[in-house]
Design a protein around this ligand. Sequence first.
Ligand code: SIN
Length: 378
Amino acid sequence: MPRLLTVVLNWQPPVQSDETVPVLAQATLTREGFGATPRRRRATLPGMPSLPRIRLLTTGGTIAGAQAGGDTRGYRAAAFSVDALIAAVPQLATLAQLEVEPVVAIGSQDMDDATWLRLAAHTRAALDEPAIAGVVITHGTDTMEETAFFLNLVIRSEKPVLLVGAMRPADAISADGPMNLYNAVAVAVHPGARGRGVLVVANDEIHFAREIAKTNTTQVGTFRSGHRGLAGLVNAGRLHLYAPPVRRHTSASEFRLDGAAALPRVEIIYAHAGMGRELIDAAVRAGAQGLVIAGVGDGNFGAGARAAAAAAAKAGVAVVRSSRTGGGVVERNIEIDDDAAGFVAADELNPQKARVLLILGLTRTRDPRALQEMFFSY
Ligand code: SIN
């Protein structure tokens, strides 16, 4: 019997909101192996017609990954089909009618601009359907924060958009994917999740796309939202939502990408003791329209690199100063004269998030003052 059908036949009445959801049963996973291109087109898991309809877009990652050689420490991304993931969480059928749409099946280290544009188009198309209550996207955790922030800036909808992944492969001891997926769908169907921008669910926490950062290579508690804190908690499907985000996002965003075939090229260059100008010059020669310097401390970098960056800015390349420290605000004109050099300060954004905003900013302007306003607004 097909797995999706099995899930439907196993349907149980929805739990009441004040009941404790039972511990999730883990079904046996069957590895189908997507390869680089997902095999199946959209499939509907018809839960009760009264339940909200959620579009589940899949992109791969460890949540669909398999252990390599029976060892939890190694894995192959995107080895399991989404059917198998859903079958591992039969309680999903008590929350929503899930419509599964594979977009791509990759490890998120291979996420790129073209895939972002494609994913944004799939997300927008789903949200434009009045009957769709929200979108959940499965994604590798490595670049999840970048994809989440990108979508946060280009999706114009109040409907919930959730990204979800896992740190442990789907067949590992104590895999975290099933509960993360269950919680993500629980957030997506909750009316309180509307209008909060793109959210990420992991390890019982709900993060804003702007704030979340991956901070640990292996632990399930890898995600942190250091500056402004969590969007909320989700405990076996029950939500505790905190204050909404204050910066511009989704419906209030100015960025429009409809029909875009490519995005401006922006490189990140990591500062260090003894940094010279060579990598900055090389990036400009390679055609970068923008540079984010992952600076030391307060977004600082040595004299040779400063001279190269100033020359790049003078030539029309946007230069944003972020920090490699993982926390704090990069302010204007503290140790570096941004006004004189034509640089932009990244404010609270880490280098990878600053890159996302700069890419989108460059679709609208090359003026450093206008770009700086964007870094203070988003
Ligand atoms: C990936 O980002 O695709 C691999 C790592 C993960 O999903 O945790």
